[in-house]
Design a protein. Structure first.
Length: 196
């Protein structure tokens, strides 16, 4: 599916497995030459997403997100297959000195109430924190990356690195530009997860 709303050109590819969407790929070309590639994987009730901002072949930023399938909502603009109604974690990495650096991170984002709990941003760095929102408990540590424990209906851990090398950025870009994204989230996890 290709759309052009005179502000951006959108190109979607959706993979269905067992009668349901399992992966969504989206490319957006913005009016100023910037582009973004978004890959979202839905598996076992968990949604993992990577968004790569680039111009030409240069990656300027990466956003990683984790949410749940029951938190996806219809896009009010009717341009996207869905948007995140809520998200457990969103983390932004920006280019700095030939690498991507974790610069912003927030927990418990809720689109309807605009609630969020920021753990890292300009002027904010919570080395350890705990937060409860709508019966979900988050315990987070910024220690060589972001280490998050999520308790509640779907308990799990998220451990993402604080820096991604230039090679990691190129590998993520290649993953999203080629059809490797069809293989699932594992290639992304191998690059971004902390290996203790």
């Amino acid at each position: 599916m290709i759309e052009d709303d005179e502000f951006r050109a959108l190109n979607h590819r959706i993979v269905y497995r067992d009668g349901a969407a399992s992966s969504v790929w989206r490319q957006q070309e913005w009016w100023n030459g910037d582009c973004s590639l978004d890959v979202t994987h839905l598996k076992d009730g968990i949604v993992n997403a990577v968004s790569i901002r680039y111009a030409g072949n240069a990656v300027s930023a990466v956003k990683l997100s984790v949410t749940r399938t029951d938190w996806l909502i219809s896009d009010p603009d009717h341009r996207l297959p869905f948007i995140f109604g809520r998200a457990d974690l969103e983390a932004w990495y920006y280019a700095h000195e030939n690498r991507l650096v974790l610069t912003r991170a927030r927990l418990a984002f809720d689109n309807s109430t605009k609630h969020t709990f920021t753990v890292l941003d300009q002027g904010v760095e919570k080395k350890t924190s705990a937060h409860v929102y709508r019966e979900v408990e988050y315990r987070c540590a910024l220690d060589g990356g972001i280490r998050l424990m999520i308790d509640g209906k779907d308990p799990r851990r998220v451990n993402w690195r604080s820096n991604l090398s230039a090679d990691d950025a190129r590998a993520l870009f290649k993953y999203a530009r080629s059809y490797r994204w069809i293989d699932g989230w594992d290639p992304v996890a191998e690059l971004v997860e902390i290996r203790d």
